[in-house]
Design a protein around this ligand. Structure first.
Ligand SMILES: CC(C)(COP(=O)(O)OP(=O)(O)OC[C@H]1O[C@@H](n2cnc3c(N)ncnc32)[C@H](O)[C@@H]1OP(=O)(O)O)[C@@H](O)C(=O)NCCC(=O)NCCS
Length: 344
């Protein structure tokens, strides 16, 4: 399919494995060198739920976009949008979006909703079309290979006895399934009912479980009301409490974190990214979850690798996480993750 514009004709074709190098050639510097597409491109091609498209101008790749049909066919999540640097600012992204919407309309008429995640300050035209479902704090850190142990020790020293009273369990596949089925916990923990894993926002519809299972995620869960010291924790869990700033805060029962296996990113040879998505707003849980996910992530890191660790958490935990990570090197990618939806 092609669209006429004021500049030469843009054609849209399915992306293939052979297009990998050309897609990467228009992707330099995206997300400050932490672009996930180089690592995911070939896996995405194998996914029957996903479609990937190229925009071409005079035979050259000038844009990329993909969508994945999730939530048992009700939703398409668009991911990976990019336009070649020399073609930016002249409307190509809008044409790609129109092509994706037209394709969804004709090939997937059952899709009723488009969903996407964006960093802070998306263009006003995007905010006119999409509704904001939720936004989260994003805290990216650079952990050079020779400082990993020191960083872990520093975090360990900042986790106090009260934090340690929170029980945490690494969930196996059956327990993840149970989490999907526990509707009350799920609804309380997941804003908008969405579980966002490495920028992919999904409902907990059972059909999404397979997709998540294939990603080799580390699931860590603090069960509601489950604490080694129930006498003290009963004050903290599901209670109105006064935090250190004197304001009243209601903590949600339970806490969930999802850690990616560390994956290579283009910023420099040997650098791997670990993304930790967290759900819940308990300030003690967030500390023990970050520490545990990092320990597991560091163990999985190839020898000699440095790590970019990206924390995603409820906005109310931004200060807590800032204090926990004080002294570690921030790495600028983005500050906020927004989840957006549009009915079609
Ligand atoms: C963001 C990017 C794709 C915009 O491409 P572009 O062709 O220069 O976009 P334009 O400024 O010409 O905008 C054209 C249309 O695309 C839309 N658009 C622009 N940026 C967008 C974004 N981040 N997400 C969704 N739509 C976007 C605009 O709203 C506009 O829509 P309209 O025609 O309805 O007004 C491009 O700058 C890029 O590749 N950046 C690096 C990768 C990146 O940041 N991707 C976005 C997050 S996935």
């Amino acid at each position: 399919m092609s669209y006429d514009t004021s500049f030469p004709q843009i054609d849209f074709v399915p992306a293939t494995a052979e297009d990998y190098e050309e897609v990467m050639s228009i992707s330099g510097g995206i997300y400050n060198g932490t672009d996930y597409l180089p690592f995911r491109y070939h896996d995405w091609l194998k996914d029957p739920q996903r479609r990937m498209f190229l925009a071409k101008c005079e035979g050259k790749v000038v844009g990329f976009e993909s969508f994945i049909v999730v939530d048992d066919g009700a939703t398409a999540v668009v991911e990976g949008l990019r336009v070649a640097p020399w073609m930016r600012g002249c409307g190509v992204a809008g044409l790609i979006e129109k092509f994706c919407l037209d394709t969804l309309h004709s090939d997937h008429p059952e899709v009723k909703r488009i969903r996407m995640t964006r960093a802070e300050n998306p263009p006003a035209s995007v905010m006119k079309k999409y509704k904001l479902i939720n936004s989260k704090a994003v805290i990216p850190l650079l952990l050079p290979s020779d400082q990993l142990e020191t960083a872990l020790n520093l975090l360990e020293s900042r986790v106090n006895n009260l934090d340690r009273s929170k029980n945490i369990s690494v969930l196996g596949p059956e327990e993840v399934l149970r989490f999907f089925e526990e509707s009350k916990t799920r609804e309380e923990l997941l804003p908008g009912g969405l579980l966002v894993q490495a920028w992919l926002p999904l409902t907990t519809h059972n059909s999404n479980l397979n997709l998540l299972m294939k990603r080799r995620i580390v699931w860590i869960y603090s069960h509601p009301g489950d604490s080694r010291d129930l006498a003290s924790s009963s004050r903290i869990i599901t209670s109105d409490d006064t935090n250190s700033c004197g304001s009243t805060h209601t903590y949600i029962d339970g806490f969930l974190s999802l850690g990616t296996p560390p994956y290579p990113v283009p910023v420099a040879e040997g650098v791997h990214e670990l993304e930790i998505d967290m759900f819940g707003n308990d300030p003690s849980c967030v500390k023990v979850h970050v520490l545990q996910q990092l320990k597991i992530g560091v163990q999985a890191l190839p020898a000699g690798s440095s790590m970019i660790c990206v924390l995603y958490a409820d906005e109310s935990l931004r200060n807590e996480l800032g204090q926990l990570c004080e002294g570690l090197t921030p790495f600028h990618i983005v500050k906020e993750q927004m989840i957006l939806e549009m009915e079609v």
